[in-house]
Design a protein around this ligand. Structure first.
Ligand SMILES: Nc1nc2c(c(=O)[nH]1)N(C=O)[C@@H](CNc1ccc(C(=O)N[C@@H](CCC(=O)O)C(=O)O)cc1)CN2
Ligand SMILES: Nc1ncnc2c1ncn2[C@@H]1O[C@H](COP(=O)(O)OP(=O)(O)OP(=O)(O)O)[C@@H](O)[C@H]1O
Length: 188
């Protein structure tokens, strides 16, 4: 299947999940994330803030756990005209505001340079057995990941298990290093 078909299928699949089921799946993914020793080495961790209306995996349990471990957490704003993201340190005093797309963004945070990010927690709709992903189709994360250090670890979070292959992966698609599902940690 191509990206467009996969986007529809997996957006619909997520819509059908109840809030309580999503909470349960998000907690299982958090436990898997925390039990991987190589994730614990990262000091500067970029994390997405979940879009509730799209039933994304809730990343707050991971964020709270990272705070407990004294990690620095980095979050972003997104410019939908240039498709560029801007990165900021997420501190206790950071104020978040919800955008028209339902994304929480910082409004008073300190800029953070992309080269210092050690690990990126990546949103997605579905991934395949080679670690390629499908997102909402604007290429925003692909552009961001292209700017990260080559040794920065890219970890996807997915409700579903991988499909065999994404038929129309292109030269801009950047494969994940790992993808965590409620059942297991897939490494590529
Ligand atoms: N939590 C989170 N933040 C993220 C992403 C993400 O996937 N998840 N992105 C990953 O790249 C970027 C935002 N990408 C997005 C792309 C589309 C829509 C969205 O709501 N699209 C509408 C249609 C919008 C339109 O009118 O064109 C929709 O899907 O219904 C939201 C976020 C940056 N931040
Ligand atoms: N680094 C890049 N530079 C220029 N164009 C890019 C880049 N990355 C992706 N694109 C283009 O952006 C468009 C959308 O890409 P794609 O369908 O892979 O998005 P996606 O991975 O589903 O979404 P997202 O990355 O926002 O989660 C494609 O036409 C793709 O070629």
């Amino acid at each position: 299947m191509n990206k467009q078909q996969l986007r529809k299928e997996f957006l619909d699949k997520r819509k059908a999940i109840s809030r309580s089921e999503l909470e349960e799946l998000s907690n299982r993914i958090k436990d898997k994330f925390l039990s991987e020793p190589h994730f614990q080495e990262a000091q500067h961790v970029h994390c997405f803030l979940s879009i509730a209306r799209h039933k994304e995996i809730d990343t707050w349990p991971i964020i709270h756990a990272l705070r407990e471990l004294n990690k620095q957490i980095i979050i972003s704003t997104c410019d939908f005209k240039t498709l560029e993201m801007h990165h900021f340190l997420f501190e206790k005093e950071t104020i978040l505001e919800e955008t028209a797309f339902g994304i929480l963004e910082p409004i008073n945070a300190k800029p953070f340079s992309v080269e210092k990010i050690d690990l990126i927690i990546v949103p997605l709709l579905i991934f395949d057995k080679e670690g390629y992903r499908v997102g909402y189709g604007k290429g925003i994360y692909d552009r961001f990941l292209a700017k990260c250090r080559p040794d920065a670890i890219k970890v996807g979070l997915s409700i579903s298990e991988p499909i065999q292959a994404i038929a129309d992966s292109d030269k801009y698609d950047i494969a994940l290093d790992h993808c965590i599902t409620p059942k297991s940690v897939h490494s590529f």
